[in-house]
Design a protein around this ligand. Structure first.
Ligand code: TMP
Length: 210
C-alpha cells in the first residue's frame, strides 16, 4: 500500500479530533492501515513540550520561544511517528501540522512568515501533508464550544482578536494552496461534518491510487 499524509486544521472548537477519529475508523473499515496522531504531541517528548506550551503557568512565554517549541515538538513527532508510518505505507492522519504554526504564530502572533518558513524547512525537511482538511467555523461559536467542555489552555484563552487573525491565516493559506487545503464548513453536527469530509478524502485516495 502507498502511504499518504492527511492533516486536519482549524481554529479552536471545530471538532478536529473527533473528525480525525471518525475518518480513521471509516478508512480502517475499508481495510486501510491508519495511524492517528496529533500536534503538539504524538511522542512522550512532544507531549512534555505540549504541557509546557499550553500550561497557564507559561503565560510569560515569548512568541519566538513558542515558535521554537512547536517546531521542536514537530521534529520528534515526524521522526518517531509520521515518517515510520509513511514508510510502512500507512495513511497518517494528524490533528494539526505546520499550517497551524503559520496561522497561530504567523498570523496570530505576527511573527515574520519568512522566519516561520525557514524554521519549518529545518523541522520538517520539506514534509508536507498531501491533503489538508481545514475545518472552519466562526470564532465565537468555536470558543463557546470549547468553553462548554471546559477546555481553557494558554492559547485558548487568548483574546478574540487573536483567534480572528488565526482564522484569517488559515483561510489565506487555503486560498494559496487550493489543491491541498480543502475548506470544510463545520457548524453542523459531527456526523454532517464527517459526511462532508468523506467524498474529499475518497477523491484524494483515488487520485493517489490508494
Ligand atoms: P489542540 O490541538 O488541543 O487544539 O491544542 C493545540 C493548541 O496549540 C491550539 O491552541 C493550537 C496551538 N498550536 C499552535 O499555536 N501552533 C502550532 O504549530 C500547533 C501545532 C498548535
Amino acid at each position: 500500500m502507498k502511504g499518504a499524509f492527511i492533516s486536519f486544521e482549524g481554529i479552536e472548537g471545530t471538532g478536529k479530533s473527533t473528525q480525525v477519529r471518525l475518518l480513521a475508523e471509516a478508512l480502517r473499515r475499508r481495510g486501510l492501515q491508519v495511524t492517528e496522531t496529533a500536534e503538539p504531541g504524538g511522542t512522550p517528548i512532544s507531549l512534555k513540550i505540549r504541557q509546557l506550551l499550553l500550561s497557564l503557568d507559561s503565560r510569560g512565554m515569548s512568541p519566538v520561544t513558542e515558535l521554537l517549541l512547536y517546531n521542536a515538538a514537530r521534529v520528534q513527532h515526524i521522526g518517531e511517528v509520521i515518517m515510520p508510518a509513511l514508510k510502512r505505507g500507512e495513511i497518517v492522519i494528524t490533528d494539526r501540522f505546520s499550517d497551524s504554526t503559520v496561522a497561530y504564530q504567523g498570523y496570530g502572533r505576527n511573527i515574520d512568515l519568512k522566519l516561520i518558513a525557514s524554521l519549518d524547512a529545518i523541522a520538517t525537511e520539506g514534509l508536507r501533508p498531501d491533503l489538508t482538511l481545514l475545518l472552519d467555523i466562526d470564532v465565537e461559536t468555536g470558543l463557546r464550544r470549547n468553553r462548554d467542555i471546559g477546555k481553557t489552555d494558554r492559547i485558548e484563552t487568548e483574546e478574540v482578536s487573536f483567534h480572528e487573525r488565526v482564522r484569517k491565516g488559515f483561510i489565506s493559506l487555503a486560498a494559496l494552496e487550493p489543491d491541498r487545503i480543502r475548506l470544510v464548513e463545520c457548524s453542523g453536527s459531527i456526523e454532517e461534518v464527517h459526511q462532508k469530509t468523506i467524498p474529499i478524502v475518497e477523491d484524494f485516495l483515488r487520485m493517489q491510487g490508494v
